[in-house]
Design a protein around this ligand. Structure first.
Ligand code: ADP
Ligand code: MG
Ligand code: MG
Length: 214
């Protein structure tokens, strides 16, 4: 059924993100070591690995995409550790709530799921744009996705434009001073370097964009 096809796509996306973050682990750790504690790569790779494994297990037991995504979000939150682990876990669980409530898997559902993820992240972390966090790349991602969909683009093209906006915004965080999180006490050191969480979010958005081409 299409239900099963959607679950398989979700598993494929989590596995693609897992592979990408495993590759990026040391670079993200180095970025976090500049003004943070250096564990962003380890945490993200661990979270993505746990999420991909949980998603696969749940899909193999015949669950739909909502339940598969919920299992992934819970596993990410439990295994990743760190501030980013809690925030990504909450964001993925918010995506699953949208999917569980939706009758169909339309492009509109994808836009709603992205908005729910951003809202969950901001509700938990209280970061606003300009605080030098992952929210700085997530907001332009969500805004661009909505605009491109409203302009009649396919989800694939809208997603890729949104991922490009997130990538530019992540690079632009180099000019910001961190107002939140572990990097705040070493804010001066962080100047000139992008925020690790903003960078990893843009990388995840790009990886998903490359894998929703259908
Ligand atoms: P920790 O800071 O606990 O070691 P990580 O190193 O994995 O966790 O993640 C650091 C990233 O988390 C930062 O680069 C930033 O993007 C993000 N972050 C930190 N605090 C917040 C917050 N309150 N809201 C949103 N993102 C945050
Ligand atoms: Mg850290
Ligand atoms: Mg840490």
């Amino acid at each position: 059924s299409s239900h099963t096809a959607a679950s398989v796509l979700a598993v494929e996306l989590f596995e693609a993100v897992d592979r990408m973050l495993t590759q990026a682990e040391s670079a993200l750790g180095d970025l976090d070591a500049i003004a943070g504690d250096g564990d962003h790569g380890i945490g993200m790779a661990r979270g993505a690995r746990a999420a991909a494994q949980a998603a696969r297990r749940r899909a193999e037991s015949g669950s739909g995409i909502g339940a598969v995504t919920l299992a992934a979000g819970e596993a990410w939150a439990e295994e990743a550790g760190g501030t980013s682990g809690a925030l990504w876990g909450a964001a993925i669980c918010a995506v699953s709530s949208t999917l569980l409530r939706s009758a169909d898997l339309s492009s509109a559902t994808a836009v709603q799921a992205v908005d729910a993820a951003l809202a969950a992240m901001q509700s938990l972390g209280k970061a606003e744009p300009g605080d030098k966090t992952m929210v700085d790349s997530f907001v332009p991602f969500a805004v661009t996705l909505r605009q491109e969909m409203a302009a009649g683009k396919t989800l694939e093209h809208a997603w890729q434009a949104a991922a490009a906006a997130a990538t530019s915004a992540a690079a632009a965080t180099a000019e910001l001073r961190p107002n939140l999180g572990r990097a705040r006490p070493l804010a001066e050191r962080s100047l000139g370097h992008p925020d690790p969480g903003a960078v990893s979010l843009a990388m995840i958005a790009s990886t998903i964009g490359e894998n929703i081409k259908k």
